[in-house]
Design a protein around this ligand. Sequence first.
Ligand SMILES: Nc1ncnc2c1ncn2[C@@H]1O[C@H](COP(=O)(O)OP(=O)(O)OP(=O)(O)O)[C@@H](O)[C@H]1O
Ligand SMILES: [Mg+2]
Length: 304
Amino acid sequence: MATPFLEVKDLQGWYGESHVLHGVDLTVNKGEVVTLLGRNGAGRTSTLKSILGLVGKRKGSIAVNGIETVSWPTYKIAHLGIGYCPEERGIFSSLSVEENLMLPPEIAKGGMSVDEIYEMFPNLRERRKTAQGTKLSGGEQQMLAIARGLIMKPRLLMIDEMSQGLAPTIVQGLFSIVRSLPEQGVSVLIVEQFVTHALDVASRAYVLEKGEVALSGDAAELARDEAFVKGSYLGESGIDATGNGEAELRFDDNDELPLAAGLLEAIEDRAAQDGRNATEVLLDLLRQALESPAGQRNGNGGMS
Ligand SMILES: Nc1ncnc2c1ncn2[C@@H]1O[C@H](COP(=O)(O)OP(=O)(O)OP(=O)(O)O)[C@@H](O)[C@H]1O
Ligand SMILES: [Mg+2]
């Protein structure tokens, strides 16, 4: 019989006067990965923030391991064992990898050791002494954000938009880590744009629409429902899901990471993953683009 770790009932949330959550119900059981899906602006980030008390006002019930927390401050809720990787990752770029890892005070009192973290994320060990200000790739930043979320040994890790702007090979590596968390006693609540991956790693899914749960169910059943995966519930997220488990190369289009920087990061990530240099990877991508049917159509024997 499943035991809930997080039980949210009729959760309402506000930013100032703006009422954005209108009664969200969701449960994450111990040892379970659950995904929260929905269109842009549906309220996924606001739901994660509300659980941690990071919105202006909340109403309803948020029980963490059976304890009602809806009126608690964030630090007290976090101490019940909730880790959070925000959409913007929250990495201090002026600090080295190891300095970022040493920031949470819990490291001194029974959290994971830095060595345990490096065992889980070997890439971070290689980059641990990177000089202050050295730019980590997007994948390394996300690994660092997840490592930071895990270092206090949470019982539940909430991850917002894990694969945003990352190359497919990196995304697959991150999903393997997420998949391994329940066996280490960590439940997961994940917001994800790659719906196919999310439904693959999760056992259950909730779909938010306008600040309410529009649909919920068994992740494997939803994944088999093509109309659902490609449907309007998911907006762009659904369209992005390729259905064959292979994610497209996608790049951030927000202000923090303009297209050119996102492109460069994705190429560097892929180069690091494949053990090749970035120029080779770039030339390969260009060749592939030119060989694709669209490339042939546009190419038409000349430059246009
Ligand atoms: N700080 C804020 N102040 C006021 N309104 C906000 C704030 N953050 C989000 N909202 C509004 O709350 C609603 C839900 O936004 P939320 O960020 O939770 O959506 P989301 O599902 O995470 O989608 P996305 O990440 O694509 O924006 C949206 O209408 C959004 O405009
Ligand atoms: Mg969001």
